[in-house]
Design a protein around this ligand. Structure first.
Ligand code: ZN
Length: 153
């Protein structure tokens, strides 16, 4: 099989077209749409996945790309789900964000370009990174469960 457009962990990273993305976005709730498509931020301690303690994978709510594994989740005390490393670095796109008078690093889904949150350099070892997520941008799947993949085309 042709490896072009595949991540090291084997997922299709061909970028979704605007039309495909708009069609998938119809399944989002207004809150999820505001965060993922309009780059909003949920209020702390409100996201449903903050206290998710299960063993499994947190996937992009729009396209199903695995973003984080539960083994990398930690309690940052911020009120947002936090992870010290990505499921696969190729699944998370980093973009400099200069909004709100700060320079931060925004993180987006590498396949559907949805806004996920930000990454900060104050996390725990071994990466010392803190991926700060909007829970509404993700869906949790228990270990071994099939994660529906919404790919390009
Ligand atoms: Zn996605």
């Amino acid at each position: 099989m042709d490896d072009v457009g595949r991540s090291p962990s084997g997922y299709n990273l061909v970028r979704l077209t605007a039309m495909r993305r708009a069609s998938l976005a119809r399944k989002l709730t207004p809150d999820q749409y505001r965060i993922m498509i309009d780059h909003g931020t949920e209020r702390p301690f409100c996201g449903g996945l903050l206290h998710e303690k299960g063993n499994g994978v947190f996937a992009c709510r729009l396209c199903g790309l695995p973003l984080f594994h539960s083994e990398a989740k930690f309690d940052s005390g911020t009120g947002w789900p936090s992870f010290y490393k990505a499921f696969d670095d190729a699944h998370i796109e980093r973009i400099e964000d200069r909004s709100h008078g700060m320079t931060r690093t925004e993180i987006r889904c590498a396949r559907c370009d949805s806004h996920l949150g930000h990454v900060f350099p104050d996390g725990p070892p071994p990466t010392f990174e803190r991926h700060c997520l909007n829970g509404a941008a993700m869906e949790f799947f228990a270990e071994g469960a099939a994660i529906p993949q919404f790919e390009a085309g």
